[in-house]
Write a new protein. Structure first.
Length: 106
C-alpha cells in the first residue's frame, strides 16, 4: 500500500468525517430517544444504558482517531503514523470549528 502524504491526509480527513457522522447519529438518537422509546423501568437501567452508549462511543471514536496510526507506529512507520494522526486531529479541529460557526449562524 502506498503511504504518501496525500493519501495519509485524505485518510485522516475521512477518519475525522467518520467521527463527525458518528457524533451526529448519537446526538440525533439522544434527541429523539423519548420518541422512539418510552422511558419506563428503573432509572438505574436507563443510566446504565447511557453509560454503555458512552463506552461504545469512546471505543468507536478511539478506533477512528488512533486505530490506524497506532498500527502504523507498531509496524515501524512512525513518520506516517505521526502524519496521519496530525491530519486526523487537524481535520477534527477544522470540523469542530465549522460546527461551532454553523451553530452560531442558525
Amino acid at each position: 500500500m502506498d503511504l504518501n502524504n496525500g493519501r495519509l491526509v485524505t485518510t485522516g480527513f475521512a477518519n475525522a468525517l467518520g467521527v463527525l457522522l458518528y457524533t451526529l447519529a448519537v446526538a440525533w438518537l439522544m434527541e429523539n430517544l423519548d420518541k422512539v422509546f418510552i422511558a419506563y423501568g428503573p432509572q438505574f437501567v436507563q443510566i446504565s444504558a447511557f453509560l454503555m452508549l458512552l463506552v461504545l462511543s469512546v471505543a468507536i471514536v478511539g478506533l477512528l482517531i488512533f486505530g490506524w496510526p497506532l498500527l502504523l507506529f507498531i509496524q515501524g512507520s512512525k513518520k506516517e503514523a505521526v502524519i496521519l494522526e496530525g491530519a486526523t486531529i487537524g481535520s477534527l479541529i477544522v470540523l469542530t470549528a465549522l460546527a461551532l460557526v454553523f451553530n452560531i449562524l442558525i
